[in-house]
Design a protein around this ligand. Structure first.
Ligand SMILES: NC(=O)c1ccc[n+]([C@@H]2O[C@H](COP(=O)([O-])OP(=O)(O)OC[C@H]3O[C@@H](n4cnc5c(N)ncnc54)[C@H](O)[C@@H]3O)[C@@H](O)[C@H]2O)c1
Length: 305
């Protein structure tokens, strides 16, 4: 795994091999249904052992029963002990004892009480979007790093086996989305976590990438809301393309520090593309500022200088 460097966008209109990732083990949070369920199905279809962490017992058990060899662990991502149990189970059921891929997918949205105004005395806002989509993701990130570093050590070597953390953004991770400060802040934050990790990940044989879904019809919004969006002329992306997007990233060990946009087919023939917005391409001043940002603590100092 080479150190991070600014690279060309990931080619997303190509066939790819998945044979070499069969028999690996993946954890997917929020994997019982929705896009998470599609990630689980895609990983299972190419031979991985998949461990589903989700708070929805009924759907989680049903999916694990359907997909032979997969496992469900009831897990609320906001509960640290639940996530510890999820990862321990994954290592226990993994044929190699290792966890290779982690998809920090669990997330919600709801009416945003930070933005709401009703004219009365302001009330302390409900911050559950942040608790699930950011605190939960940070717990998942910590555990993923713990297992990756335990398995691979902190210095690059040929013995290190590829591992990868996938964080979930959204259009709301890089576009203007009025009236939803909490949801947008969690999605920008997930991209931020990727930026934090992508330069040191090679030290422990790992990668970190983001998938940013466009509208996909799931249970995250009411069907009425999805209908309204569709009727306004917006074309949706699909869960099936999300599964392929994930496999595109995991099957290619050179893909690190990228965000793939899960897109309607009108913008991308396979339903996902690299919008190439993570490195400010062509902006030399930004490259210079970035170099200064890490000048006093360069990656060469190691993982924990
Ligand atoms: N569907 C979209 O249009 C869309 C667009 C952009 C980003 N996303 C992101 O994709 C991810 C998945 O969204 P989705 O559309 O599949 O949503 P969904 O509501 O259909 O499914 C979410 C899954 O996460 C689980 N979950 C929710 N809270 C949890 C918690 N605290 N602990 C464990 N599991 C929990 C649910 O039980 C469910 O199985 C989210 O991060 C979301 O922000 C979705």
């Amino acid at each position: 795994m080479p150190p991070y460097s600014v690279s060309a966008p990931v080619s997303c209109d190509v066939d790819f091999e998945t044979k070499h990732i069969a028999r690996k083990t993946a954890v997917v949070t929020g994997g019982a249904s929705g896009i998470g369920g599609a990630y689980v199905r895609a990983l299972h279809a190419v031979g991985l052992t998949v461990v589903i962490g989700d708070r929805d017992l009924k759907r989680g058990e049903a999916l694990a029963a359907e997909l032979e060899g997969s496992r469900y662990v009831q897990c609320d991502v906001t509960n640290w002990d639940d996530q510890v149990r999820l990862f321990k189970t994954a290592a226990d059921v993994s044929p190699s004892g290792k966890i290779h891929y982690v998809v920090a997918n669990a997330g919600i949205t709801r009416d945003d009480e930070v933005f709401a105004f009703d004219g009365s005395e302001p009330k302390k806002p409900d911050l559950s979007i942040i608790e699930i989509s950011l605190h939960g993701t940070l717990y998942t990130t910590k555990l993923a790093l713990h297992y990756f570093i335990s398995q691979n050590g902190t210095e690059p070597s040929p013995e290190q086996e590829d591992t990868c953390l996938i964080l979930i953004g959204s259009g709301a991770a890089f576009l203007d989305v009025p009236r939803s400060p909490q949801y947008c802040s969690t999605k920008w934050a997930n991209r931020g976590i990727m930026h934090v990790l992508r330069r040191t990940a090679f030290l422990h044989g790992s990668r970190v990438n983001v998938i940013s879904p466009w509208y996909v019809r799931t249970s995250i919004l009411s069907q009425e809301t999805f209908d309204q969006v569709e009727q306004s002329g917006v074309e949706f992306a699909t869960k099936e393309d999300a599964g392929q997007c994930l496999l595109r990233i995991l099957s290619d060990p050179t893909v690190n520090g990228r965000s793939l946009f899960l897109s309607p087919r009108k913008w991308a023939p396979r339903g996902y593309l690299d919008l190439d917005h993570e490195d400010y391409p062509g902006n030399e001043l930004m490259q210079e500022i970035q170099a200064d940002q890490i000048r006093n603590a360069p990656v060469e100092l190691g993982l924990f200088p």
